[in-house]
Design a protein around this ligand. Structure first.
Ligand code: AMP
Ligand code: ZN
Length: 146
């Protein structure tokens, strides 16, 4: 599993420094709660990150307003990608924690324009444990919701 690359304290992480214009980034869109900027890795042309302006490590650390704003900005970025790059599809990816694939510990969503045969792949090991087991998992989640 990937390790967190950025172990700096909150407020001093790579993306916090981008928010303060202390590090260069190609900005695409900004609003009160989010900044969209180009991912340095460009998995496909137009690969954008939508990050919260405030330092929040993971999805679990967002306010409801931030969570809503991030998805609205992601939709706008997807729409811009569709216009600018005419992809065959678009993938959103959002990783939490090293075990979840997160390498920068400041919340962000990847918006990736996808093209047939672009070589992007995900390991997605289906288990299909059966209806009874699935119902048990659902019950645990309902109980957790309270
Ligand atoms: P994740 O692995 O989901 O945490 O994604 C972190 C992403 O941040 C990677 O795709 C990196 O390419 C990207 N990244 C890291 N540093 C920078 C930077 N200075 N500017 C833009 N993107 C960056
Ligand atoms: Zn940060």
């Amino acid at each position: 599993m990937p390790e967190f690359v950025d172990r700096s304290p909150p407020g001093e992480c790579i993306f916090c420094r981008i928010m303060r214009n202390e590090l260069p980034a190609a900005h695409v869109h900004e609003d009160e709660l989010t900044l969209a900027f180009m991912d340095i890795g460009q998995v496909t042309p137009g690969h954008v990150l939508v990050a919260t302006k405030r330092h929040a490590a993971t999805l679990l650390d967002l306010t409801q307003a931030e969570a809503a704003a991030v998805m609205q900005t992601a939709q706008r970025m997807a729409s811009a990608q569709q216009t600018a790059f005419s992809p065959d599809g678009i993938t959103l990816l959002q990783a939490n924690g090293a075990a979840g694939g997160q390498t920068v510990a400041h919340f962000h969503v990847h918006v990736v324009a996808r093209h047939t045969g672009d070589g992007v792949s995900f390991a997605w090991p289906r288990k299909e444990p059966g209806a009874e087991v699935i119902a048990g998992y659902a019950a645990r989640l309902r109980e957790a919701l309270g």
